[in-house]
Design a protein around this ligand. Structure first.
Ligand SMILES: C[S@@+](CC[C@H](N)C(=O)[O-])C[C@H]1O[C@@H](n2cnc3c(N)ncnc32)[C@H](O)[C@@H]1O
Length: 243
């Protein structure tokens, strides 16, 4: 199983929850799905009749999405730079991408550049202190005594900060909604998919020797057990604005 396939079986099931609200805020004929991953937004936008351009930094994600969605225009691109002319898109949707970009201000400026005047943008990210589906991994790593520095974004738990960043990039009518739900998942599959995705936060697990991985997994099993029936409580922010 490739990292992209593991992402698709694990995280994409979690991130798909926000696709509907995201596209309510930003879906128009020429849509940019930025940080498309394996295509949860692209799939829904194509079904709504949009002409979708899907970009991602990871060739593995792009290979999977291109195979699955031959009617999307798939391009490799890494924010804060995009290989597009000014004002090319009517709408931009970015599901859990902005929290992966270190230069938030630069990325928002670039997204503003490629959006047409009057176009809509919608971006989601996790509220890190209510994100039990992943915090159990961070806690398990710490409990096993493995050093792990998780990158934090300055706006992550501060929506006001993010609306200020959107305004500074030139967007108008910026607002943020909060979404809470429970991620119900088989705990063993969730472990396997998160570890095999080897994303920036938890790739550290796969780099450990087998006995340490087993120790982290034991802690994960203990910490995740209370969520087995009702699921992990999770929380995301959805920011939207117009150009
Ligand atoms: C959490 S995934 C979200 C994928 C998809 N939007 C979804 O909802 O399932 C983040 C995606 O952003 C991509 N990514 C990370 N940093 C990026 C950057 N600077 N520019 C473009 N894509 C990036 C990753 O490769 C990954 O596919």
């Amino acid at each position: 199983m490739t990292n992209a396939e593991a992402y698709d079986r694990g995280f994409a099931q979690l991130s798909s929850h926000t696709v509907g609200p995201l596209l309510v805020r930003a879906c128009a004929p020429r849509l940019l799905d930025v940080g498309c991953g394996t295509g949860v937004v692209t799939a829904a936008a194509l079904a709504l009749g949009a002409e979708v351009t899907a970009v991602d930094a990871d060739p593995g994600m792009l290979e999977l999405i291109a195979r699955r969605h031959p009617y999307a225009r798939v391009r490799q691109a890494t924010l804060p730079e995009l290989p597009f002319e000014d004002e090319q898109f009517d709408a931009i949707a970015g599901n859990f991408i902005i929290n992966h970009v270190s230069d938030t201000a630069g990325a928002l400026k670039e997204l503003h550049r490629v959006l047409r005047p009057g176009g809509a943008i919608a971006l989601t990210w996790w509220k890190s202190d209510e994100m039990t589906a992943t915090s159990v991994f961070a806690e398990a790593i710490a409990a096993a005594g493995v050093p792990c520095e998780l990158p934090a974004r300055p706006f992550e738990d501060d929506p006001g900060r993010f609306t200020a960043l959107l305004a500074a990039a030139g967007f108008a009518h910026a607002a943020v909604e909060t979404m809470r739900w429970r991620h119900q998942v088989d705990l063993t599959s969730w472990w396997t998919n998160v570890v095999q995705t080897a994303g920036p936060r938890f790739a550290v697990i796969g780099r450990q020797p087998p006995d340490v991985v087993a120790r982290i997994k034991d802690h994960y099993t203990r910490l995740a057990a209370p969520y087995a029936c009702e699921g992990f409580p999770v929380c995301a922010y959805l920011a939207h604005a117009t150009r």
